[in-house]
Design a binder for this molecule. Structure first.
Ligand code: UTP
Ligand code: MG
Length: 578
């Protein structure tokens, strides 16, 4: 309930709709409550005395009041819809912004599928509750009390009937609500699971096909799918009891009325019109109880959903900008001071790493898989924060810079290339949407992508499929390098970015990188020793420690590990470019 109240702040801009809705509803209900009385008048006064004038006059009043009531009801519906739609747009937007502010660590801890459900289905649940509340919150109690009062006024002697029937119905409805509410919470959880399964399957569909696991995946999906259907049907079955039970109590009521009043009509103590009118009021009262029960169920569902939504809002972005960010005039000096780094309380993956990359230098990082190379470079643009020690750019701790300033000048080509659906040009321009075409082409040339891009069916305007589906691994990597280059980085990080590129093309990329502005510091992770031969400095990383540091020649002489890697890959025939 607390989270529901917290979400209520998103209703504030729509307060006029929310105030207006109950007023319009009240109008509709009052006009509706008059109808049975008017019917009574037509029967007792008009028809009984064969007074056609009276029938027509009362009929016209009925038509007038019901039109007015309908207008009230319609405007109420519009108000409710406006408030709930506005609320939905705002909450979804706000959730999305929140997720954008999450750090890598936040996102590591969240299931994508769950986030999707919260942004879509959970918001819809709350929206539906808002509509229902605005439409029924006033209507149900007002109709209930109103029709009871009017009924009793119509025929006080029959007042005992609702007093017997209402508690019976109330008990039944309470039973239904009590059973259905937890069922709906479970439905929500199962929907989560279905979304997760779908999400994961679609993301990995190529692997599924490669390993011919479609049948397994279908079974997994069917399980989640059936369990959702099963839960929904169960809940639906419980709620389905409501209608027939209601009809039964209503019919009992009608029979009761006829039993106890039939005799009075013959004795002339009651009129037929009174009976019709009373039956009307009684069924309305019983019906409004059912509305209340539906309202309660929907509110319960929405409460569960609002808790899940609020959880996202309550997740503190793991990384905030400093209160007083420092100015950074990028020169490109990167210093690690005794940096230790741990993901999520496990064993440290970096242990006391220290090194310096001078402006304009190329620093290469070599090491076996899992040694911590990616983890190390990810600390420079502050994708994660060091657990202890400091990462400095030009003498400034990266934590005292605004993330935007830092990342705006640290160009990264991540190990796993991610492209977006859109044109090749848009993908290269991703970090600087205002870049001119010439700049895009220059970056693509440096990344040795220009030629293959021109060979694509529509050149730079070729559409890239989702995740870059229609490009080769090496092509994607080159676009990612161009994207990183285009922001004119002071520090360029290439995390294994040439792994899918042939040695010749890679050499050309290296030569192009050598021509970058003097002050661009390059930090290059590579598996191939040919990539690192010409680096100003090579760091050999082993199990989170920098075990050797120097130029190719120095390391050949001093580091047995380096010597081993060198021998295994190249033998002794290859030498650095002079
Ligand atoms: P890295 O991802 O830093 O290794 O993971 P690496 O040197 O770049 O390896 P390759 O060459 O790309 O394959 C270092 C350690 O950190 C853990 C991994 O289990 C690995 O042992 N790790 C990595 C995490 O715990 N969480 C992550 O999100 C990433
Ligand atoms: Mg890596």
């Amino acid at each position: 309930m607390k989270s529901a109240l917290k979400l209520a702040r998103y209703l504030k801009p729509y307060r006029w709709y929310i105030l207006l809705a109950p007023l319009l509803m009240t109008l509709e209900v009052i006009l509706n409550l008059l109808q049975p009385r008017l019917v009574q008048r037509i029967v007792d006064v008009g028809i009984a005395h064969l007074d056609l004038q009276e029938v027509i006059r009362t009929g016209l009043i009925m038509i007038g009041t019901s039109i007015l009531g309908a207008v009230g009801g319609m405007t109420n519906g519009i108000c409710a819809e406006m408030a709930s739609q506005g609320f939905g747009v705002d909450v979804r937007g706000s959730l999305f912004r929140r997720v954008q502010s999450f750090s890598f660590a936040n996102l590591d801890a969240m299931e994508t599928g769950q986030l999707v459900t919260r942004l879509t289905n959970d918001v819809t649940q709350v929206q539906e509750a808002i509509v229902m509340v605005l439409r029924m919150m006033v209507r149900a109690p007002l109709l209930l009390v109103g029709s009871l009062v009017m009924g009793i006024l119509t025929s006080p002697r029959l007042a005992f009937l609702p007093l017997i029937l209402m508690p019976v119905e109330l008990a039944a409805l309470a039973w239904i609500v009590g059973r259905a509410t937890p069922m709906y919470t479970r439905v929500q959880e199962r929907l989560d699971r279905l979304n997760e399964t779908t999400q994961e399957n679609l993301a990995g569909v190529r692997v599924v096909k490669a390993f011919v696991r479609a049948a397994h995946e279908e079974a997994r999906f069917a399980k989640a799918n059936d369990s959702l259907t099963d839960g929904t049907i169960r809940a639906g079955r419980t709620v389905a009891v409501t209608q027939p039970f209601m009809m039964m109590t209503m019919n009992l009521g009608v029979i009761g009325v006829l039993w106890f009043s039939g005799i009075r009509v013959t004795r002339g103590e009651m009129t037929v019109g009174q009976i019709i009118s009373f039956v009307n009021y009684l069924t309305t009262a019983l019906f409004s109880l059912m509305m209340v029960s539906q309202l309660v169920i929907q509110i319960a569902r929405a409460t569960a959903s609002s808790r899940r939504i609020q959880e996202v809002f309550d997740t503190e972005p793991g990384m905030r900008d400093p209160a007083e960010p420092r100015d950074w005039r990028p020169a490109g000096r990167v210093v690690f001071e005794d940096v230790t780094f741990t993901y999520d309380q496990s064993d440290p993956v970096l242990k006391g790493a220290s090194f310096t990359a001078e402006p304009g230098q190329t620093v290469a990082i070599l090491g076996s898989t899992g040694a911590g190379k990616s983890s190390l470079v990810n600390l420079i643009p502050r994708f994660y924060d060091a657990t202890s020690g400091r990462v400095l750019v030009d003498g400034i701790d990266v934590r005292s810079l605004r993330q935007e300033d830092l990342r705006g000048r640290v160009g990264v080509a991540l190990q796993e290339t991610v492209l977006f659906s859109g044109t090749v040009r848009d993908n290269i321009r991703y970090g600087r949407p205002d870049a001119l075409d010439d700049e895009v082409i220059a970056a693509a040339r440096a990344a040795q992508a220009h030629d293959f891009i021109l060979a694509l069916s529509e050149g730079y305007d070729t559409m890239v499929g989702q995740r870059g589906a229609n490009l080769s691994g090496g092509q994607k990597q080159r676009i990612a390098i161009a994207r990183a280059l285009l922001i004119h980085p002071a520090v360029l990080i290439l995390d294994d970015s040439t792994s899918a590129i042939d040695v010749e093309t890679e050499t050309r990329i290296q030569e192009a990188l050598d021509e970058l502005p003097r002050n661009t510091t390059r930090i290059v992770i590579a598996q191939r020793i040919s990539t690192v031969l010409n680096a100003d400095k090579i760091l050999v990383l082993d199990d989170g420690r920098i075990v050797a540091e120097g130029t190719h020649r120095e390391l050949l002489a001093s580091s047995p590990i380096y010597r081993d890697i060198y021998d295994s890959q190249l033998g002794s025939g290859v030498a650095p470019r002079e």
